[in-house]
Design a protein around this ligand. Sequence first.
Ligand code: B12
Length: 301
Amino acid sequence: MNQLLSPRQVAAAIGVSESSLKRWCDQGLLSTVKTAGGHRRIPVQEALRFVREQNYAVVEPRLLAMPGTDNRKARRIENCAQRMVEELLGNNEQACQAIVFDLFLAGQPVSQIFDEVISLAFRMIGEKWERHEAEVYQERCSCQIALRILHELRSKQTPPDSGLVALGATIEGDQYSLPVMMSEIVLRAAGWDARLLGSSIPFDSMAKAIQQHKPEMFWLSVSFVPDESAFIAGLNRLFEVASKLNTAVVIGGRALTTEIRTRLRYSAFCDTLRHLEEFAKTLRRRTEVGPKKTHKPRKKG
Ligand code: B12
C-alpha cells in the first residue's frame, strides 16, 4: 500500500516550516494527491525522492516511514562496508538498516551503496569465513538481513515512469539472490520498470518470458555456473530469441570470466551495478521515451 504523508509530517521530518513545504507543493517541486476532503497528501516515495534530490538532512526519519538512523549521522560512504561487516556478523539488523538508509537519505546512488558497501561487506565476510573468523550460520544470517533491507529499499523507490520494461533472473542452479535483486533496484532507480522473475530459472522458461512480455531489456546475474557448456549454449539460444524482439541482453556477475564471455553472445556486460545504472540511463535516453508515457505494446514476431 502506498503510504501518504501530510505536508506537516514531511516539513517536520526535514525541519522546515509547513508553509514552505506547501509552497513547494504548489510550485510542483513535490507531487501530491488529494484526499476525498481535498487535503494534499504526499506519497512517501515522492517525499524521499525530494529529500534525496534536494539534499535535505532528515531530522525525523521515522516521520518518512524510514527505519531509525544512526546517531552518528554518517553521510559518507567510506568505512561503511567495514561497519556493515561488524553489524551483519553481530546480527544487528537495525544497525545494518541504519547504515544503508542513512546513505540512501543522503542521496547516495543505490548502485554505489550496493557496490561499495553491501557487496564489499559480503566479500569481506567470505574472506573471514575462509580464515575461520566467521561461521557459516553468520554468513547465512547476513544474507537474510541484506535481503530484508533490499526489500525495504525497493518499497521506498518512486514507481518507474519510463514505460521501459526489464526482466531479470539467475540461471538454473544459481542460488545467489542478492546481486540479481540489487540489479532490479538499480534499474528501477534508473526509471526502468524492472521485474525480477526470480532465481534458478531454466533458459527455455526465460525465453518464454521474453516472448510473452517483450521487454526492452533482459538482465542476467551470473554468480555460479554449474555446467559451462550448457550455460554457453543456453545463453546463446536466449540471445537469438531476444534479438528477434529487440530485447537487449545485459549480463553481469562474478562467474563471468573473460574466458567464458568471449564465447557468449550478449548486448552488454557490466562489471558493477554502477555500470548497469549508467548503461540503463543511456539506453533510456536513446529510446527517447518521455516521463509518464505509457508503454506501447510492440508487434508480435
Ligand atoms: C553469500 C554467499 C553464498 C550464499 C548466497 C545466498 C544468497 N541468497 O544469495 C550461498 C550459501 C547460497 C552460497 C553458496 C555457494 N557458494 Co558462495 N559465497 C557467498 C559470499 C559470501 C557472498 C556472495 C554475495 O552474494 N555477494 C554480494 C554480491 C552483491 O556481490 P557480488 O557477487 O560481488 O556482485 C557484484 C558484481 O559481481 C556485480 N554483479 C553481480 N551480478 C550482476 C548482474 C548484473 C546484471 C550486473 C550489471 C552486475 C552484477 O555487481 C555486484 C555488486 O557490486 C561469497 C564471498 C565472496 N567473495 O563474494 C561466497 C563465494 C562466492 N561462494 C563460493 C562457493 C564456492 C559457493 C558454493 C559452490 C559452495 C558449495 N560448495 O556449495 C555454493 C554455490 C551456490 C550455488 N549453486 O549457487 C566461493 C566461490 C569461489 C570461486 N572461486 O568461485 C566464494 C567466493 C566463497 C569463498 N571464498 O570460497 N554462497
